[in-house]
Design a protein around this ligand. Sequence first.
Ligand SMILES: *Cc1c(COP(=O)(O)O)cnc(C)c1O
Length: 387
Amino acid sequence: MQMETRLVQIGVGRDKTTGALSFPVYQSTAYRHPALGESTGYDYTRTANPTRDVLEQAIASLEGGDGGFACASGMAAIQTIMGLFSQGDHLIVSLDLYGGTYRLFEQVMKRFGLSFDYVDLRDPALVRAAIRSSTRAILAETPTNPLMQVTDLAQMVQIAREHDLLLIVDNTFLSPYYQRPLELGADIVFHSATKYLGGHNDVLAGLIVTKGSELTERMRFLHNSIGAVLGPQDCWLLMRGMKTLALRMERHQANAFQIARFLTTHPAVTEVFYTGLPEHEGHEVQRRQASGFGGMVSFRIRHSSMVAPFLESLQLISFAESLGGVESLCTYPATQTHADVPPDIRQAVGVCDRLLRLSIGIEHADDLTADLRQALDKALEKGGELS
Ligand SMILES: *Cc1c(COP(=O)(O)O)cnc(C)c1O
């Protein structure tokens, strides 16, 4: 069945007792056993919950994997995955990376004896050069946040296989609707499902999908042992969001194309980062490995003094720190998502103080363009006075 159909049909036909179309929330932590040594399949909700099961099977199917695991947040998902590694292990990670992932690795996981090298994964020679005898995995975010750099996943699969490494992919930005890394040979995919999968800025959640029975069983053990699982009410809310993923992604993308093109024409903008634009350096790789480009657009404003007047002038688009919801948001990575990345590293990566990131929502594209136009015009006037 096509992805659109599988999304809409999540949970349908699963509640045999009542036929409920919307699969119920099983708000029970414990389950009565029929007899000694017998179980209904459910014993304790951290281990398994009927509502969470429906969600986990859905995401495993959508990503083309063997096991799905719902976690309390995207960060909880990454923490659970980190349980695969032991003291002394080394990981190669995308250089341009979600700030919270960087913070977890540098300020928490390092204390447990793991080490990380942040490498520009667009260059396979750099990846090969970073491999040590203790390297266990490559962790790729593609396209990256916020610079929209595209990693060639087939290349990473090849390197990972040659050196017996796990390939882990953060698929938050494109969702399984546009990109399925497991089908390309990756071992683990994870999501901040708070973003596109949930889609309505109303549920915090993370999802992990594994390929292969051994890895799936190890992850099942870690998911239960670490316990950062998603509550049944939030599982239900997330599934409700996922049913419309296909429609939303199509509109996010159509709007993003119109806005990216508009931004390239405005005199207050010096650079636009959208993988859908043919001039984007990662466009060809993205076309090859994904079926779409998504709804995230970043740009550099002409002068840093224009940032404040631009953000203050936005009326429809909210200045807020998230992405992937139906409402359009604008983020300033330097002080928000990437505040915990040291300034020198941020600058070296290109997350400078002129960079702004848009999560394009599903409003009418003309209204979004009009809002951006008036805010950029004002920024040009006021920023010009300040600089
Ligand atoms: C938001 C985000 C995360 C973290 O997810 P939470 O649900 O906020 O914990 C990880 N990776 C990316 C790319 C994100 O955008």
